[in-house]
Ligand binder design. Sequence first.
Ligand SMILES: [Ca+2]
Length: 152
Amino acid sequence: MSRLCFLLVPFVGAIISVYGQGGFTPINTDQFALAVSDFELPWADAVAACTARGQSLLSVDSAGKDRVLVDLFVNGGANMTLPGNNSWIGATESREGAWIWQSSNEPLYYTRWMVGQPDDISSINCAYQAVQALLYWRDANCSAPMYFICES
Ligand SMILES: [Ca+2]
């Protein structure tokens, strides 16, 4: 059975990739289970893709959790680098200037915005981690396709 799975999993993964919905790399820590996408989606579609997995788009809602993410993806703990330059996180604006975590509707009590961010432009309402800049946050147009991380 395990040998069959070993043969089938790459095959199924290849089929899924052909249809534009790539795969995820799972990373488990003591605190949470992460799934790193190997494909890009607009922010709302990333939320939906995480929901379809029974997960939510990553909330970086405490300094401790942020440290774990930096240890994993900046300091090498995950033995992988995040794909691309940008990775959506679950922060968005419920109205201009009012940032919330999508999964909990909680305001952003903890933040790690890059200097000068967020832009506070009415057409730019979703947040991402800048992969090449120590995972500091920036805001972007929600319709931009980006890689993303689901969590549970
Ligand atoms: Ca905005």
